[in-house]
Design a binder for this molecule. Structure first.
Ligand code: ADE
Length: 225
């Protein structure tokens, strides 16, 4: 999978793609991430990329020309399955969205800053808008990193043990059950006996019950879906 990310702060995105599982996916050739610095497409000597908003109001807006030039250049080089805009005023990312995106070959992600991008960019180029939650970040870079992490780990062969992505929280609309590792007793706190029993069908039943219990307590909304 190839992912291009248009950003005004490429340095914010360097670290997330240079660590752990994402780095392994990139090293194995399963994913490529290309950062496109919007500043390179800025206007005039100062490489201007933002301007005041029409109608007044606080906050700058990313201008249409630099983004359009950058997107047009990328679209001329390859076809993208989705052109995604990261923004808090969109539907929230869910596991099914990440699952679907993990099957795509080429994705272009536009990250916003300040008050966001000129609406005409969204109207003309964007095929999908994604928020990572009901809160506002300084820019879309960290949101894009979250999206890429959740998608790249689902690409077949990225996780060593394929079942581990399938048993994540949310894959079946349930939160994960509690997990334990050694020692069996720590400061008097014991691991549940069932997990030490070796009775795997019973352990599976226990895990399902705990997952349901946790979901009912913390995220009953998931059970309505
Ligand atoms: N940019 C700023 N806040 C965001 C959010 N919550 N999700 C996606 N992009 C954003």
């Amino acid at each position: 999978m190839r992912i291009d990310i248009i950003t005004v702060a490429p340095e914010l995105l360097e670290s997330p793609f240079n660590h752990s599982m994402i780095k392994r996916a990139i090293d194995k050739g399963l994913a490529e991430v290309h950062l496109q610095d919007l500043r390179n497409y800025g206007l005039g000597n100062y490489r201007q990329i933002d301007d005041y908003q029409y109608g007044g109001g606080a906050g700058m807006v990313l201008m249409i020309e630099p983004i359009a030039t950058c997107i047009e250049k990328l679209l001329a080089e390859r076809e993208y399955d989705e052109v995604i805009y990261m923004t808090p005023d969109a539907k929230t990312l869910t596991q099914p969205v990440s699952n679907a995106l993990s099957l795509k070959k080429q994705i272009l992600i536009l990250t916003g800053h300040y008050k966001g991008v000129d609406q005409r960019i969204r109207d003309k180029y964007i095929t999908m808008e994604i928020s990572i939650g009901d809160y506002v970040l300084t820019g879309g870079e960290l949101a894009a990193a979250v999206l890429c992490d959740s998608v790249i780990r689902l690409i077949p062969e990225v996780l060593g043990d394929e079942t581990s992505a399938l048993t994540d929280s949310f894959q079946d609309n349930l939160l994960s059950p509690p997990v334990y590792t050694r020692p069996a007793i720590f400061q008097g706190m014991k691991v549940p006996d069932i997990l030490l029993s070796g009775n795997f069908p019973k352990i599976e039943t226990w895990r399902s019950e705990k997952a349901l219990e946790r979901t009912q307590q913390l995220r009953p909304d998931l059970l309505d879906e």
